[in-house]
Design a protein around this ligand. Structure first.
Ligand code: ATP
Ligand code: MG
Length: 259
């Protein structure tokens, strides 16, 4: 089974990366795609968002340090077709320790290869921390596609250039020639404001083929779900946010032939 690796990155904090990683992974799994969510953020929000406690020693960290097998860290989430490679605080040390490695950008690619080779997953989604540090850069070096979560807010386009230019830099440096911009996911769209509409229009104008049709609305239920360890589908199936993430999953399946 060919496996496609998506990384959800944006150096900016609080833009909806984790919310999108969790709910998009759940949407793919719901729609029949064997999916693994990798929590690459020491904050471990994706881990707790799926209802798991941080567990000492259980993360991608040992495998990043070539001191363990990443496949052994994977948890079945109890949801059909959805697995999780959780995070915990140890991962914070990886930012510094990776920079001391000779192959400082390629460690994650090496760490996840056995997972890819296991042939168990059709999609791997990586949730990145809010910085273009070693962890995020490793995810870009390991991924097939970059998905950018972009909040519908003033100056959304600022900063987008920075993350998108990393793709070119990684090509030029020969670090990851496979990496493509998989698309831009507009998050926290506020139907009541003209600003949200204008931001989406502006991003679409600038990057016409990149923005997904589905725009994720801002809803209170989406922000409540993680505190119950639930996806939006579990917490409130009829919420507009459920519909949006379901549709986003459909778009992804179609755009990347995940089925
Ligand atoms: N569509 C939405 N509607 C309402 N609240 C949302 C939505 N998406 C995200 N949020 C809330 O916004 C906050 C930031 O979201 P999230 O944690 O997904 O962002 P992030 O980019 O992963 O943040 P960080 O950079 O810290 O990792 C959270 O409190 C989350 O619940
Ligand atoms: Mg996050």
């Amino acid at each position: 089974m060919a496996c496609k690796v998506f990384t959800i990155a944006n150096q900016k904090g609080g833009v909806g990366k984790t919310t999108t990683a969790v709910n998009l992974a759940a949407a793919l799994a719901d729609q029949g795609v064997q999916t693994l969510l990798i929590d690459l953020d020491p904050q471990a929000n994706a881990t707790s968002g799926l209802g798991f406690e941080k567990e000492e020693g259980r993360s991608i960290y040992p495998a990043l340090m070539e001191d363990g097998d990443a496949t052994k860290m994977i948890i079945k989430t109890g949801r059909k077709r959805l697995s999780l490679l959780p995070s915990e605080v140890d991962l914070a040390a990886a930012e510094i320790e990776l920079s001391q490695k000779e192959n400082y950008l390629g460690q994650l690619a090496i760490a996840i290869q056995p997972i890819i080779d296991s042939n168990k997953y059709k999609a791997i989604i990586i949730d990145c921390p809010p910085a273009l540090g070693m962890l995020s850069m490793n995810s870009l070096a390991a991924a097939d596609y970059l998905l950018v979560a972009l909040q519908c807010e003033y100056l959304a386009l600022e900063g987008l250039g920075q993350i998108l230019s990393v793709v070119d830099r990684l090509h030029e440096a020969g670090v990851n020639n496979r990496l493509e911009i998989g698309g831009i996911i507009m998050t926290m769209f506020d139907i009541r404001t003209k600003l949200s509409r204008e931001v989406v229009d502006e991003v679409r104008e600038n990057l016409p083929d990149q923005v997904f049709d589905t725009v994720v609305p801002r809803t209170v239920r989406i922000s409540e779900a993680p505190s119950f360890g639930q996806t939006i589908f579990e917490y409130d199936k009829s919420n507009p946010g459920s519909m949006a993430y379901k549709n986003l999953g459909k778009e992804l399946i179609k755009r990347f032939s995940l089925k």
